[in-house]
Ligand binder design. Structure first.
Ligand SMILES: CC(C)(COP(=O)(O)OP(=O)(O)OC[C@H]1O[C@@H](n2cnc3c(N)ncnc32)[C@H](O)[C@@H]1OP(=O)(O)O)[C@@H](O)C(=O)NCCC(=O)NCCS
Length: 179
């Protein structure tokens, strides 16, 4: 897997930094894709600090109550998204990740927009949490229209907060599902 400013593309060509790749977003398939995402999480921030392991990541990725999607570029998994669309917290973007060779090419923003299309077809609120030490990810979400609605102190690990953000397209009582 490549690192640095170039990401693999078709026919041996490399994408220049900032060049937008063609991305397909679909449901995660098979143990191999879940394993890849879980290993990335367990070896990367913010999940290292949050003490996520391969096992706890796999449990979430394989949980049938969640919707798990991957962003695929030329057949290769470049990122993933875990959505919660059931229970008390409908419209929660639980996890978002883009593998290092693909970061900063707009794939994370594409995954958030995809999540919003899915969420706003059922509910007027999209929620996401970001760790208090993850300033770069928070900057991205604020740029995409998310606003801070609360701080969960010592929520996952002591000493760090989870910042809850929301993007809303209207009040619950006014919401009508798109036909
Ligand atoms: C955060 C993340 C999902 C964004 O996806 P992406 O495809 O890199 O993002 P985009 O190209 O659409 O947007 C770029 C923005 O993402 C953010 N970003 C980029 N790399 C990042 C990284 N390693 N960690 C956190 N945020 C990052 C920055 O805000 C960046 O914009 P800026 O530096 O110009 O301000 C991705 O970088 C990632 O998986 N990071 C590591 C894990 C993580 O922080 N996940 C989010 C948990 S809430």
């Amino acid at each position: 897997m490549q690192t640095g400013s170039a990401a693999p593309c078709s026919k041996g060509r490399f994408l220049a930094a900032g060049e937008a790749p063609a991305v397909e977003i679909r449901r995660i398939h098979g143990a191999h894709e879940a394993d890849l995402c879980a290993r990335f999480m367990a070896a990367s921030e913010p999940w290292l600090t949050l003490r996520r392991t391969v096992e706890t990541s796999l449990r979430m990725l394989n949980d049938p109550r969640r919707e798990v999607y991957v962003a695929v570029v030329r057949g290769e998994v470049a990122g993933f998204l875990v959505l919660q669309m059931e229970g008390a917290f409908v419209g929660y973007i639980q996890t978002l990740g883009v593998l290092p060779p693909w970061q900063n090419r707009g794939i994370g923003s594409r995954l958030v927009r995809f999540a919003e299309e899915r969420i706003f077809s059922e509910s007027p609120n999209a929620f996401i949490c970001v760790s208090s030490f993850n300033q770069r990810a928070r900057r991205l979400y604020e740029r995409l229209g998310y606003e801070v609605v609360g701080e969960l102190k010592d929520y996952i690990v002591v000493g760090h907060s989870e910042i809850l953000l929301r993007k809303s397209v209207g009040a619950l009582a006014d919401f009508q599902r798109p036909r």
